[in-house]
Design a protein around this ligand. Structure first.
Ligand SMILES: CC(C)(COP(=O)(O)OP(=O)(O)OC[C@H]1O[C@@H](n2cnc3c(N)ncnc32)[C@H](O)[C@@H]1OP(=O)(O)O)[C@@H](O)C(=O)NCCC(=O)NCCS
Length: 237
């Protein structure tokens, strides 16, 4: 895939209609009490349009209060992927997960709620990694301290994707009260720089271990050691 074929754009009021169809009317994070995931596919047109309008209003308000809170990836000018991130207070469903506490904007923490490559043919080609990097660079530029998400350990079916993807991109464990949906963090300031080489060492060890053991056991190894080196010290656990 040539770089020139892929473009990552901030979501603005002008391109809201380019959010992939399955995400455009999804209000799972924003209005959890109204969202019934089991019924989303079967939802009648009227309700879907209502949700789309709610999501649109959410974006307009969040753009006003927080600034850029989403990205769209275009491949040959066609929207193929989407990401959403915002202060956790704008995403009330974050408080319904067992792993906690989710960081607040006052602490400089932004929550990554969705990262989704809608076009299945483009998965596993680096688009997700490039989109995540674009978000990280954006949040760093804006001076935030950290970005967090709930990753999923045993299944890629998850609004922001699987744990393995985030481990690969340098995230560390914050809390795993629910081991299937741990809360993970990426520090955007000095610590992420200072620990960069250390992370590379861990990742190399993990790669060797994944060859020898199952991927899950390798993940456990990374968690145990990252927790020991970074987690205890940072989160007083
Ligand atoms: C998860 C996702 C965002 C990753 O983006 P991507 O472009 O496919 O990933 P990249 O090519 O940048 O990175 C690949 C790395 O991510 C990890 N990864 C990606 N998809 C994975 C999967 N399904 N299972 C495990 N690890 C995965 C791996 O570490 C992989 O590296 P490897 O191939 O060397 O093992 C994308 O695959 C996706 O949207 N999947 C659908 C998730 C879903 O169903 N979400 C529901 C939304 S409500």
């Amino acid at each position: 895939m040539k770089e020139t074929e892929v473009q990552i754009e901030d979501i603005t009021e002008a391109n809201l209609q380019d959010i992939p169809e399955s995400c455009r009317g999804c209000v799972y994070w924003e209005f959890p009490e109204e969202f019934d995931k089991a019924k989303l596919e079967k939802i009648e047109t009227q309700k879907r349009l209502e949700f789309e309008e709610k999501k649109r209003t959410w974006f307009v308000q969040t753009l006003k209060e927080f600034g850029t809170c989403g990205k769209i990836v275009y491949y040959n000018d066609k929207p193929v992927a989407y990401a959403q991130f915002a202060p956790s207070v704008r995403l009330p469903n974050t408080s319904h997960y067992e792993s906690k506490p989710v960081g607040k904007l006052e602490e400089g923490v932004v929550f990554l709620s969705c990262l989704y490559i809608a076009d299945k043919a483009l998965r596993g080609k680096g688009v997700g990694g490039a989109l995540l990097k674009n978000i990280i660079d954006d949040l760093k530029r804006r001076g935030y301290q950290a970005v967090e998400t709930f990753a999923r350990r045993g299944d890629p079916e998850n609004p922001s994707g699987p744990l393995k993807f985030y481990i690969k991109n340098g995230f560390i464990l914050k809390d795993r009260t629910n081991p299937e949906f741990p809360l993970i963090t990426l520090f955007l300031k000095f610590l992420s720089q200072a620990s960069h080489e250390m992370k590379q060492v861990f990742l190399s060890i993990a790669d060797i271990l994944s060859e020898i053991f199952s991927a899950k056991r390798a993940d456990d190894f990374i968690f145990a050691w990252r927790e020991r080196f970074f987690g205890c010290y940072l989160f007083h656990k």
